[in-house]
Design a protein around this ligand. Sequence first.
Ligand code: ATP
Ligand code: MG
Length: 412
Amino acid sequence: MTKAEIQQVKLRFGIIGNNESLMRAIDIAIQVAPTDLSVLITGESGVGKESFPQIIHQYSRRKHGQYIAVNCGAIPEGTIDSELFGHEKGAFTGAIGERKGYFGEANGGTIFLDEVGELPLPTQARLLRVLESGEFIKVGSSKVEKTDVRIVAATNVNLRQAIAEGRFREDLYYRLNTVPIQIPPLRERGEDVVLLFRKFASDFAEKYHMPAIQLTDDAKQMLLSYTWPGNVRQLKNITEQISIIETNRDITAAILKNYLPEQEQHLPALSGKREKSFESEREILYQVLFDMRQDVTELKKLVHSIMAEREASAGVNSKSAYYTPSPTVVPPSLEANVPTIIRQPAKPSPAEDDDIQDTEEYVEESLSLDDVEKEMIRKALEKHHGKRKNAAQDLNISERTLYRKIKEYGLD
Ligand SMILES: Nc1ncnc2c1ncn2[C@@H]1O[C@H](COP(=O)(O)OP(=O)(O)OP(=O)(O)O)[C@@H](O)[C@H]1O
Ligand SMILES: [Mg+2]
């Protein structure tokens, strides 16, 4: 692939940037497109994974066949097998008619399995079979059917970790990952962030009929040194916000700063949450806490975990260890609140155990988290006019989790 050819693909699919890793990812996508090999696209949330399966489909011999994108995280566990593989009439309560399923429909085409790490284990087994032999069986049927489908999968979670935790089949991982394509995070793309900003600024200028915002040199520097946990999606969102809110079209670092959330290294207790690596039950809870960083409660938890950590590393259970203030992170005014959230372990036990146990109990007892969570979900849904995909993205949880929470809280 020559540079010019890659440029053409970028133009066609609206991809901005000249970063070498990004160019290489596009190059691999085009090279692999004419084959039927499975491709696994990995990269943090918001890096732009969604264009890649489309490139692969369009540059393959399947381009006149169906392209079906499935968000594996958004389909409830109870219906996912039937959506993917179809079902027979009467296969389960409510299965009035027969259903073909995506694997049947996409015969001769491509299926994009987005958030593939969210597939339930029984579905993973069915998927492995169809990948290995092209065979599948509809729910409630005993007849083996054949299909010719190319699979492109994507994930923003670490599948190796999912394998280690028994949530993802290793054999399926290797089968999906025949050709890996890694999309680099925005923070590693250098000057691309400025190009992207310019593109988004001009798009929003057109959309809202106003002159495009421009960055001063110090603001550009700030864009370049920011860590972009939400990657291109985050950049796009803040560019839109600034375009709408700021009347002065020249954006200085001082203005820009207001739109960039504090960088995360100051919050050791919650670091790692961007990897969505925690259990789905807890993820929304931590997310809510994280987003209410200003809230005293949040700081209390932070203080607590730091204290617990200290205790763990020092191996001390004495009260005095808890009370040691952490001057680098905790504003002095909050130290007064610390004792209210700290309870002594009933009996001395190994330090790590105390750590876990204490944190869990604390979370359950001292906050009315259900209310907070419910309210956050309600607001996110309202903001996105009920669009679950967007609301889930805002809350940084999977659509499946959101779906379940909506049911749980009766927010339908
Ligand atoms: N290089 C790029 N040029 C232009 N727009 C981009 C680029 N990369 C991403 N975007 C835009 O950023 C947004 C997020 O991209 P996308 O939805 O593909 O992210 P993702 O990697 O699928 O994230 P997630 O894992 O959260 O689903 C989209 O609006 C997309 O159009
Ligand atoms: Mg995506």
